[in-house]
Design a protein around this ligand. Sequence first.
Ligand code: HEM
Length: 426
Amino acid sequence: MASPSPLDLADRFTFDGPEPASIANAEEILAVILDPARRGELYPYLRRLQEVEPRLRSDALHGHPAWILCSHADAVAVLSNHALVSDERNAAIFDTGPSGQGFFELMKRTLLYMDPTEHDRIRAMLARHFTPRAISRYEPLMKEVVDGLLDRAAEMGRFDLVADLAYTLPTAVICGIMGVPSDDLPIFHTWLNDFARRGDVSGVTPEVEAAGEAATNGFTDYFLDLIAHRRIHREDDLITVLMESEDDKGKLTDEQLVALCVLMIQAGHETTADMIGLGMLAILRHPDQLELLRADPSLLGNAIDELLRFDGSNQLVQRVSNEDFDLGETRVRAGEVCSILTGAASRDPKRFEEPDRLDIRRRDIQHFGFGGGTHICMGASLARSELSMMIGGLIERFPALELADGPLAYRDSLVLRGLTSLPLRV
Ligand code: HEM
């Protein structure tokens, strides 16, 4: 069978929902954006919301009114304003009631939703281990894993990038950094997936909630055991370092350590694996950009940021306001949540020329794929390195790399956007 053209592939994602242009009501557009059946079809609806109501006050996400923001200027204004923070009021998005409290409580203790003073303290302890210099120590590990994966791809000839390759690199790297024994990885498989699905803002059914509770308990017991073990047998790894870190407020508690470990392993693997899939799909669907990259590999670093802008694996960042403030003509009241649809802001036509065009030579790419401000992704340098090695490695090693026929599907989620299958041939 001849390989499908990029346009045929676009057809495979067709969502049997309303035409974006036919919906004039902002709440209805948001409902489609949140609809799990929408799957891959996202950007035409984000654009429509941007046109109809770029600052929508809606209770669709939190059960009480919050601002849903779509413009680049608003994203910058919110993320750069220190009166807007991310604390447990934002985590309320995960409060699904008494049967989902374990997950909700754990999320509140992560860096993402911690009280700002505590956040700054713990982030300072952690951040020095994720600087470009600190992570360069893991380059040999990354290279070894990527070389092994490329050999595997060569042997297979035709493979599913998501199922066969994408998760291996980020999982091996974050486990290597933290000091999670690789023999324990199979135990994590289900927990990681169940935890991530529970963390989305749409599609949280009672089954997803129950699986999220089981994953929370599983992770908590696992990391408490590992921490107890490290107290006796210290190692040259991040868990040991964090366990021993001390400042004028003392050491981290076991509860804090567990929340940090869960966040790192969760944040460190799926977003990157998803980005490997989304990034490869985008570049293969733009043969001119692929050729440019092959001709000039020095464009790779810029290409990774353009891929994050064009189709990022994280689509929502939130802040809550500590005081009244004006967003343009709009008054945001103290205590109100601002939810930024980052994929919309990163493709705002008011900020980017031809925003829906992938252009790996684009300059001044200020995207929100890693969020922004005080909570900006702590693993951004690590993720950029992993993406460069994996995406760059596939392109360099396989001159005939192309999309293959076969199932190609998106996950039913909004926040953690990703493919569940991407068949390729080398
Ligand atoms: C392509 C891959 C990745 C994407 C798209 C991504 C995206 C994000 C986003 C959107 C945030 C929230 C930022 C905000 O609220 O402003 C975040 C936070 C975070 N990410 Fe990542 N991330 C990626 C990879 C990683 C990796 C590899 C790690 C490794 C440890 C990591 C660790 C974290 C941590 C610890 C936070 C919380 C930071 C804080 O609240 O201060 N991420 N990430």
